[in-house]
Design a protein around this ligand. Structure first.
Ligand code: BGC
Length: 799
């Protein structure tokens, strides 16, 4: 990773060494805080290095910050306070020139969706030179899985089961975002999803609380580095708090009605993990939680987030969510909406005028107390302080003379990490007769509507990713086989045939229509593809979803492979040529046919800027796949929700023992088509000899579980050993099993290694009926496996 590329001109701050009166060194954060205080006291927004005063004693950085923010608040008018609660996007209603005036008038806290330094600098200059109090702006953006470089979508990143991969993605993204003057990202998105009909499943890390929590932590570490006040770090704002992934029926923006137990056991832990890792911000969900919209939910925002969890950062509403309180039917009008949101503690209002229009009147009438308004302002100013912006408003933007000439230039991309990371996210689902890896020889037919799409391979929320800079599957394969094998191509089908659906997808919030249809009749396209396939030694079909199908506001009623593409696959299968099916999609699909008929099946998700190269690395064996599914693949939409960690029930379906009056569907096989944690390798791995270090432990003690992982095949590669724990008898019904650890282990052919996991209170605790975390005595079953279904099991007793 190239850190130098991410260092704006204000690097000099790195070398500042500060001494207090006693000559003791101060941490850089303390020093910045003290400098900011002094700078502000001196009436200067930017404190020139040469004029920095000797530091006053600052024993407590939190106290220094508080003093600084309090002093500032004391000088603010109500209008200026309200201004600090507004997060604005440049758009038709707020053109750049108008925004400049608003900033100068002290009516804006920050902007999002403006990511070019040239555009942002005048805004910041207006803030620090023209506004009365010279409070700097901050610039936010959805840096979700990359910035200029697009990395695989989060669902794919989770499939790596490798937290170093996720941290690296976030680190590189942060460096790129800083280079564009971005201070904060609306990420990570850690909404657990058990319903693949929900389009935003693609944007999260899957179904499992443990895995998603790990991903949340790794993301925050990557975005924020040692602290969000560095020139190459950005502040994270974890989203969408809370439970957005559980919208009813997978319908985006819908309601969430959930038992407190399930909340605490499954859906809340990832947000908590991100907050414990230091996420400076929290974005509030658009949905309601048990009848009360998150945006006006004082239990959620105050009792849980602030009091119980001790969150000390800034909260931001989702887009337009405060106005939407009227549509939820909990506020009569915008005035009441603003009141409810302030009282709930929604500090920043994203993209609506409600606070501006209503809060001054609410203060005047006494319906909102000044202390309540100040509490919100305090967090916004505190976040700016934590982002290092009071010390240097241009910390990330640097100097004009250093602005990139071409913001989209290729040399601003981080292609190497993008390729390396993408390779870790591709899941091998089938590989009959060792169809893969392919040889770089003979004739290869590449078919399918997604084979040459630079746009779709980026996935949704691809920030500043540029389709023309993305390596398509076709480009990646061409490069890999150059001079060695022949490539024949045909589109074969459109992704979708229904013009109404195409119209809907093109109506989503893109710059231009994205789904461009080949006007030829499907039969003509298929015939062409079959002709090409008949001339080849092997056929690769790239099929799935255009990126807009796995996006915000893209809920699906079915998770089938769209009909046109299934028809194409069936025709290709009929040629009798080996068929490699390469899936590109952002949610589990019902791929029973593909499972049964493909000679090799690869889940590639959306792999990003270097996707085509990474996919070619796998196809031709330059990299051995090791990713695992972070979400179960149901057999059909009717089986939703299907997740591995279901609660125990009284009449479970037992495989091999069918019978009436057990929990099952009678028209279809039971259980996931592909279970959570599943993924193959080109090599053959075995896991044997599970041993526990004790058969009984006392409370507070730990034991070790170990097993031997052997690479019995002929390819070097990695596999993910997964630890599951089941608590079969407890005070409440517990999940049949729960992931509690994993280790990715690389082995050479023939090599074996003993993999160990420590098991103690952290792995055994759960939230009981009184919503208390407890460890209960009794039997525990320890399972180690290479997926969630096929496991070795041993039991021990606690107590
Ligand atoms: C999404 C958020 C996003 C925001 C700003 C909203 O529509 O729900 O996830 O951060 O837009 O782009």
């Amino acid at each position: 990773m190239d850190h130098s590329n991410g260092a704006p001109a204000s690097r000099e701050l790195e070398t500042v060494s500060c001494q207090d009166e006693t000559g003791n060194g101060l941490s850089r954060r303390q020093a910045l805080g003290a400098m900011a205080t002094a700078a502000f006291a001196a009436g200067m927004a930017v404190f020139p290095a040469a004029a920095r005063p000797k530091m006053a004693r600052t024993a407590d950085p939190a106290a220094t910050k508080k003093a600084f923010v309090d002093k500032l608040i004391a000088r603010m008018t109500v209008d200026e306070k309200v201004g600090q609660l507004r997060l604005i996007s440049i758009g038709p209603e707020m053109p750049h020139a108008k925004l400049m005036d608003e900033v100068a008038a002290g009516r804006i806290a920050g902007s999002f969706n403006t990511v070019v330094r040239r555009d942002n600098r005048p805004l910041q200059e207006a803030a620090v030179n023209r506004s009365r109090l010279k409070i700097p702006l901050f610039f936010a953006y959805d840096v979700v899985h990359g910035h200029r470089t697009t990395f695989p979508i989060p669902l794919g990143l989770a499939a790596s089961f490798d937290m170093a991969v996720i941290e690296r993605m976030a680190r590189v993204s942060a460096v790129e975002a800083c280079n564009d003057g971005v201070d904060m990202t609306f990420a990570p998105m850690v909404d657990i999803s058990r319903d693949p009909r929900w389009g935003r499943t693609s944007e999260g890390f899957g179904e499992d609380p443990y895995l998603v929590s790990e991903c949340a932590r790794a993301s925050v570490r990557g975005f924020q580095g040692t602290s969000p006040d560095q020139p190459d770090t950005i502040m994270a704002a974890v989203k969408h708090f809370a439970l957005y992934g559980a919208v009813e029926g997978g319908r985006d923006y819908n309601t969430v009605d959930m038992s407190p137990l399930r909340m605490h056991q499954v859906y809340l832990p990832p947000y908590k993990a991100a907050i414990d890792a230091g996420s400076g911000g929290v974005m509030v969900a658009l949905n309601s939680v048990n009848g009360v919209p998150a945006t006006s939910n004082t239990w959620l925002m105050q009792d849980l987030l602030r009091k119980q969890w001790g969150f000390k950062g800034v909260t931001v509403s989702d887009h337009g969510a405060i106005t939407e309180l009227t549509r939820h039917g909990v506020a009569r009008d915008n005035r009441e909406a603003a009141k409810l949101a302030i009282k709930a503690g929604i500090d920043l209002s994203m993209a609506d005028q409600v606070y501006l229009a209503e809060v001054p009147g609410l203060i005047a009438s006494g319906e909102i107390k000044m202390a309540e308004l100040d509490a919100c302002v305090r967090e916004v100013l505190g976040a700016k302080y934590d982002m290092g912006l009071f010390a240097n408003p241009f910390l990330r933007m640097g100097k004009a003379e250093d602005d990139p000439v071409d913001v989209r230039s290729n040399d601003r991309l981080h292609r190497e990490p993008a390729r390396e990371i993408a390779r870790e996210t591709i899941v091998l689902l089938e590989n009959r007769n060792q169809t893969l890896p392919l040889k770089k020889q003979g004739t290869i037919a590449l078919v399918g509507p997604l084979a040459d799409s630079g746009l779709d391979i980026l996935g949704s929320w691809s920030a500043q990713g540029v389709a023309e800079q993305a390596v398509t599957v076709k480009a990646g394969i061409e490069k890999a086989i150059e001079g060695k094998a022949k490539l024949l191509t045909a589109r074969g089908a459109n992704v979708l045939d229904d013009p109404k659906i195409v119209e809907y997808l093109n109506f989503l919030n893109w710059d231009k229509p994205e789904v461009i249809q080949d006007p030829r009749p499907i039969d003509v396209m298929i015939e062409e593809a079959v002709t090409v396939a008949n001339q080849a030694d092997v056929v690769i079909a790239v099929v799935g979803e255009v990126r807009g199908m796995s996006h915000e506001s893209s809920s699906r009623v079915t998770i089938e492979m769209p009909g046109s593409q299934r028809k194409l696959l069936q025709a290709l299968k009929a040629t009798g040529k080996p068929l490699v099916v390469l899936l590109m999609n952002g949610r589990p699909l019902a791929i029973g046919w593909e499972k049964d008929n493909a000679d090799a099946l690869l889940e590639t998700w959306y792999t990003g800027t270097e996707g085509g190269n990474a996919i070619a690395d796998i196809l031709f064996g330059d990299h051995n796949p090791s990713a695992k599914l972070p979400i179960s693949f149901p057999r059909s939409a009717g089986q939703i929700p299907t997740y591995y960690n279901a609660l125990r029930i009284g009449r479970p379906y037992t495989e091999g023992k069918p019978g009436n009056y057990t929990s099952q569907y009678f028209e279809e096989e039971q259980g996931a088509l592909y279970p959570f944690g599943f993924g193959l390798s080109f090599s053959t791995f075995t896991l044997t000899d599970l041993k526990l270090s004790a058969s009984r432990i006392k409370r507070g003690e730990k034991l070790t579980a170990e097993a031997t992982l052997t690479n019995a095949g002929s390819f070097e590669g990695a596999n993910v050993v997964q630890l599951y724990i089941a608590d079969p008898y407890a005070s409440i019904a517990r999940p049949v099993k729960e992931l509690k650890g994993f280790q990715k282990v690389s082995l050479k052919p023939g090599e074996a290694r003993v993999v160990r996991f420590e098991i103690g209170p952290d792995q055994l605790k759960f939230v009981n009926g009184d919503l208390k975390e407890v460890v209960e005595n009794g039997q525990f079953n320890v399972q180690l496996g290479l997926d969630s279904r096929n496991v070795l099991e041993q039991s021990f007793l606690l107590g």
